[in-house]
Design a protein around this ligand. Structure first.
Ligand code: AMP
Length: 131
């Protein structure tokens, strides 16, 4: 998993609940320290750096979550990961339709457009309320 913030931490909780092992790549030192204190395996640095993504041993991975908000870096990560493992399931995060299209084009299997999901959640709630 790349990025352990508002999005990645929820994914981590879900994986842990299901006893699915995972490795985090995170570039904030304070977050890395907290994760290590909790016994979570983590690499410190920018996941877009080729040496870091190579160290993550993606050929052995089943799924990659790219849970960072910066689209350009996410694209670099997705592109390298796809080259490193053609059968890897890559799930990415975007904040516009153009970002989503770009991440899909670079090799993501599934890209979630955050704002659309938020809108859908708000509509779902509103439509369930009696008038
Ligand atoms: P959030 O936007 O709250 O989901 O947080 C995103 C998390 O991803 C933060 O903890 C960032 O430090 C981390 N992050 C953002 N870009 C990168 C990157 N290129 N490599 C590793 N971690 C990143």
């Amino acid at each position: 998993m790349v990025g352990y913030g508002r999005v990645g931490s929820h994914i981590g909780d879900g994986l842990r609940q299901q006893n699915i092992p995972y490795l985090v790549i995170e570039d904030r030192a304070d977050v890395v320290k907290q994760l290590r204190a909790r016994g979570i395996e983590v690499f410190f640095g920018n996941a877009a750096a080729p040496e870091l993504i190579a160290a993550a041993n993606l050929p052995q991975a089943k799924t990659l979550f790219v849970a960072i908000p910066e689209s350009f870096e996410a694209g670099q990560i997705v592109e390298q990961a796809r080259k490193g493992n053609p059968s890897l399931e890559i799930i990415a995060r975007a904040h516009s339709d153009a970002e989503k299209d770009n991440l899909d084009r670079l090799g993501a299997n599934y890209t979630v457009m955050g704002e659309r999901e938020i809108a859908q959640g708000m509509m779902d709630y509103a439509m369930k309320k009696p008038a």
